[in-house]
Design a protein around this ligand. Sequence first.
Ligand SMILES: Nc1ncnc2c1ncn2[C@@H]1O[C@H](COP(=O)(O)OP(=O)(O)O)[C@@H](O)[C@H]1O
Ligand SMILES: [Mg+2]
Length: 233
Amino acid sequence: MTHFSLFASTRTPALMESYLSIALTVACLVTNLGRLTPSPLAVSGLGQTRHQPVAVKQPYYRVKDRTSGYANITRYTPALETSKIHKDANVHYWAHALLSSTYPFIDCALSMSSEPPPFEIPHVRFVDAAVAITHSEGTTVQVRSGKTKYSTVRSCYLVEELIKVDAEEEFIKYIHNSDAKPLPDPDDPHFPLAEFFVFTQHVQYKITGGLAIISDFQGSGDLLTDPQILTHP
Ligand SMILES: Nc1ncnc2c1ncn2[C@@H]1O[C@H](COP(=O)(O)OP(=O)(O)O)[C@@H](O)[C@H]1O
Ligand SMILES: [Mg+2]
């Protein structure tokens, strides 16, 4: 997982310009569309080109306004935001690895089979992702123990390769983390891919010795994002 440090003295982070909100509703991560230009450019993963379109995610919670009853979107403190983003990034990192390691298992089974399967094997992966931290002049902040510490961190984001979503390719939830069954119905064109993800869960269960599987499969085309990992499923 790459870390980008963004030094900014104005309200807008210098290297990452968020200009269009694409999803802002019930969940706890706001996703915005942004552009990423690290300096120097990255040699692999995210940020190899200038102005790369990216999804920029930031955690939030809601605070109910007693007068209006409206639940306002509220940012966590920079310290909490950083800890939550690192947790998400870690899950993403492990899911990326778990899904990738499904393919050697498939290749091994194919090499032992006398004929190829009567269907095409989907080649899917989790998006490339990175943690981006913006810094400004330092301030003294209070940490959980009640002590104070000096910090320059102003905000933290999960930055992801942008998944193409349009009239032909919608964003699909294939498997929810509260149910082992695919979400699309059997007559849905996305059902075969969802079924493939169920298969990959069995492979992950086997290769981790029953320790962990990916759940909450979602994305579009051959790209996935926002996974969960279930331990001791
Ligand atoms: N990498 C991405 N590229 C394009 N759109 C994305 C990407 N990640 C998320 N989205 C969009 O933002 C929505 C919410 O993002 P997600 O990470 O799934 O957060 P949550 O499930 O917590 O709301 C998705 O349903 C999808 O429409
Ligand atoms: Mg999601």
